[in-house]
Design a protein around this ligand. Structure first.
Ligand SMILES: CC(C)(COP(=O)(O)OP(=O)(O)OC[C@H]1O[C@@H](n2cnc3c(N)ncnc32)[C@H](O)[C@@H]1OP(=O)(O)O)[C@@H](O)C(=O)NCCC(=O)NCCS
Length: 167
């Protein structure tokens, strides 16, 4: 029986654990979607302890830890925009915990957090070739609103769908 807790990350040691988990998940889930070099680059740029500390302190991000029977197994990153949108920046679950209904709890938490501060829409970017994630988002009620190719430096780009969910 799963006992899932989703709590806001408040302390540095917890954020450090999330950085370690992110490193593991990204090097598993993006193989075959982007190059190993791009995975290393993106983990360092977006999910290192330093990067996430900056996001929280200077860019309005919050991170949430997902625990299954007390064990850290996933994380969520979000950011309120200045308009009526809430940005779902990160939704990551360890492979061992997928397919068990936890993703739906994570998405419900995102929607709750957005509603709590009066937002009307949740949006995200997802790699066009990340088929499972796209299916999960579509099943949840997200629709493809646009596409974006974003230059992230060092000759790497993110080739994404922008998906949106109306609260
Ligand atoms: C994306 C992620 C969090 C989803 O978690 P998951 O455990 O794999 O998701 P689930 O298999 O529980 O699917 C979630 C829901 O979508 C449904 N679903 C999954 N695949 C589906 C498909 N092909 N068609 C229709 N519905 C589908 C499931 O039935 C489930 O609904 P339910 O909870 O009502 O039963 C997880 O796969 C992950 O961390 N992947 C790697 C990281 C990643 O790609 N993150 C997204 C980056 S944008």
């Amino acid at each position: 029986m799963n006992n899932i807790e989703i709590t806001k990350v408040k302390y540095l040691p917890e954020l450090r654990q999330i950085a370690e988990l992110a490193d593991e998940i990204w090097h598993e889930c993006f193989v075959g979607i982007i190059s190993n070099g791009q995975i290393d680059y993106m983990v360092e740029k977006f999910q290192s302890l330093e990067a996430m500390t900056q996001q929280i302190e200077n860019q309005g991000y919050s991170y949430f830890a997902v625990r299954d029977n007390g064990e850290l197994c996933g994380y969520i990153g979000v950011k309120p925009e200045s308009d009526d949108r809430f940005f779902l920046s990160k939704l990551y679950l360890h492979k061992s915990r997928r397919g068990k209904g936890i993703a739906s709890l994570m998405l419900a938490k995102v929607f709750d957090e957005a509603r709590k501060i009066g937002k009307k829409r949740v949006y995200l970017t997802v790699n066009k070739h990340n088929d499972h994630a796209v299916d999960v988002y579509k099943k949840t009620g997200f629709v493809v609103a646009d596409t974006a190719v974003t230059d992230i430096g060092c000759n790497y780009v993110m080739d994404d769908f922008i998906m949106e969910y109306k609260l």
